[in-house]
Design a binder for this molecule. Structure first.
Ligand code: SF4
Length: 332
């Protein structure tokens, strides 16, 4: 498998290097094990945003959770700033936990309803050994940073709207001064108008704090706005990854083309005349993936080789910052 790197203009080693990451959940009762993530590899540079997209159940959220160690991978490695974190003891991992944080999809259910907002935001600092007074002071600063009113610090989460609750979740993620934030569908539970505010906030924080984001989402419009590069997942694997403009402008994998053909266009005339690609059926079960290319039962371009040989990720063309797993990629 080839490495999936940020554009070559950045000679610095990546902040995050993920190789052959896999997660297999045991099957219930007598059913087969579920291969939720099946050999995912990518790099993420400091200050960069990589979008991880795909339909529900494709393994994108599981990938994010393995990176923050909420789940232990079945196989593969996660290297952060040159250190393989799977090999570290809990003690050695503790300082690294400050640097890798997560923002969750449903802000209210990820916040303890019995705690004050100040306590929720301060919690990661208390876990890391900060004093109560110091952690509270930092929590008030963070409330201001994310656009909340510090005078509301002693309120409970239910007193905040969904957008404000997500700001609390973001403040909590920033408490320890991370360099990498895994954002798991951070705006999908919010109204569209509020989504834009949270995306603006995340972009501003990235500029001011130099954050790298792994932005997990199914909404391709949001991903297009926030990401530098995009990785498209299908049935536990990355099928296309590259610079955002290239992937959105000329998608090479049939699955990427189908996903993008369903994204509404802002121009009504273009929307009326565009080609829509309808995929056949639902994604197969990860407990019984099809042989060969796992996309072949739904692919409008499938040929006989697709049913027997699984395509690997390879560069689309020399000098093209994009990799595609397809025997017959579009090259236009
Ligand atoms: Fe379609 Fe074949 Fe490419 Fe798979 S390898 S995406 S089935 S053309």
């Amino acid at each position: 498998m080839t490495a999936i790197r940020p554009p070559a203009k950045d000679p610095a080693p990546p902040l995050l290097r993920v190789r052959d990451l896999a997660m297999t959940f045991p099957g219930r009762r007598r059913s087969a094990p579920v291969r939720a993530v099946d050999g995912v590899s990518f790099d993420l540079a400091a200050g960069e945003t990589l979008g991880l997209v795909g339909e529900s159940g494709c393994g994108k959220s599981t990938t994010g959770r393995m990176i923050v160690r909420l789940l232990e991978p079945t196989a593969g490695t996660v290297e952060y700033d040159g250190r393989e974190i799977g090999r570290l003891s809990q003690r050695a991992l503790k300082p690294l936990r400050r640097e890798i944080q997560m923002v969750f999809q449903d802000p209210h259910s990820s916040l303890n309803p019995r705690q004050s907002v100040a306590r929720i935001i301060a919690d990661p600092l208390l876990v890391q050994g900060s004093s109560a007074a110091g952690a509270r002071e930092r929590a008030l600063e963070l409330m201001e940073l994310v656009g909340l009113i510090p005078e509301h610090a002693d309120r409970r989460p239910h007193e905040f709207s969904g957008g404000q609750a997500q700001r609390i979740g973001i403040a909590r993620a920033l408490a320890t001064g991370p360099r990498l934030v895994v954002a798991d569908e951070p705006v999908s539970a919010l109204d569209v108008s509020v989504q834009a505010q949270i995306v603006n906030l995340m972009e501003r924080l990235q500029r001011e704090l130099g954050l790298a984001y792994l932005f997990v989402a199914h909404d391709l419009s949001v991903v297009k706005r926030v990401c530098d590069r995009v990785a498209v997942m299908y049935l536990g694997r990355i099928v296309e990854v590259g610079a955002k403009d290239r992937v959105y402008g000329a998608p090479a994998h049939p699955y990427t083309r189908a996903l993008l053909s369903a994204v509404p266009l802002p121009d009504p005339a273009a929307e009326r005349t565009r080609e829509r690609i309808t995929l056949l059926g639902d994604p197969p079960s990860p407990a019984a993936p099809p042989p060969g290319c796992s996309f072949h039962p739904r692919c409008p371009k499938a040929r006989s080789v697709c049913r027997t040989e699984a395509p690997v990720l390879r560069l689309l063309a020399p000098g093209e910052p994009r990799e595609v797993a397809c025997h017959f990629p579009e090259e236009g």
